[in-house]
Ligand binder design. Structure first.
Ligand code: ZN
Length: 220
């Protein structure tokens, strides 16, 4: 796929940054899109811009404030706590988010002459988000192709990886240190290791410890 273009859905977090490195290895031209939907922490966008700039990738920030208008949840409202709700979905779930984001990314990709879309969704550590499942992504891929009469390919390099596996992939891509030091995953907006206590930090740090002990075990 060396002479093809790709658009990466990018947030500046561990997963999408790993995907960006993956895409840079796979495709000749890579563009990143970040969605501004009133995230609790504006620095998430600034962070995404900074990473894209460092890697020499053009970043397009798309205004998705509409999502904030439609739904209130822990990622967009400071007053809502990050926790599990009675329906089993975390309060950080934004209904329809990946449906909308990937659809807009596809429209953007089409305008840019790219047919490859890359997203860091994962079914393994998906926290119960239905729009991170493989079946949803495949279904949307078909729908996008039918809707625009195109041959989009949605790539999900992290789909079957747990967090330790994502660290391993970043290591294979030569991006381990970069991902560890430069990305922002924490729900409280603290880069690198983050606050250490929110669900996102716990997942990231546990995955890191697992990967590092696996690596140490493999060496000895
Ligand atoms: Zn945190």
């Amino acid at each position: 796929m060396k002479n093809e273009k790709a658009v990466v859905v990018f947030s500046g977090g561990q997963d999408s940054t790993t995907c960006l490195f993956w895409a840079l290895e796979q495709f000749s031209e890579v563009l990143a899109v970040t969605f501004d939907y009133g995230q609790r922490h504006v620095q998430e966008i600034e962070h995404a811009k900074h990473i894209a700039e460092t890697l020499g990738v053009t970043l397009q920030v798309l205004d998705m404030g509409l999502i904030n208008q439609l739904s209130a949840n822990a990622l967009t409202r400071d007053s809502i706590e990050v926790k599990e709700q009675s329906d089993g979905l975390p309060s950080t779930f934004v209904p329809g988010r990946n449906l909308l984001f990937l659809s807009f990314a596809a429209i953007y990709a089409d305008a840019f002459g790219a047919r490859h879309l890359v997203t860091g969704v994962s079914e393994t550590d998906f926290s119960g988000y239905p729009d991170c499942r493989d079946t949803f992504i495949r279904s949307l891929n078909v729908t996008l192709n039918l809707s625009m009469d195109k041959q989009f390919v949605i790539h999900t390099p992290l789909m079957w990886l747990d967090k330790a596996g994502v660290w391993e992939l970043s290591d294979q891509l030569g991006a381990f240190d970069f991902v560890q030091k430069e990305t922002l995953t924490c729900y409280h907006g603290i880069p690198a290791e983050g606050c250490g206590t929110c669900p996102s930090c716990k997942l990231r740090n546990e995955g890191l410890q697992t990967y590092l002990s696996q690596k140490a075990g493999a060496k000895s």
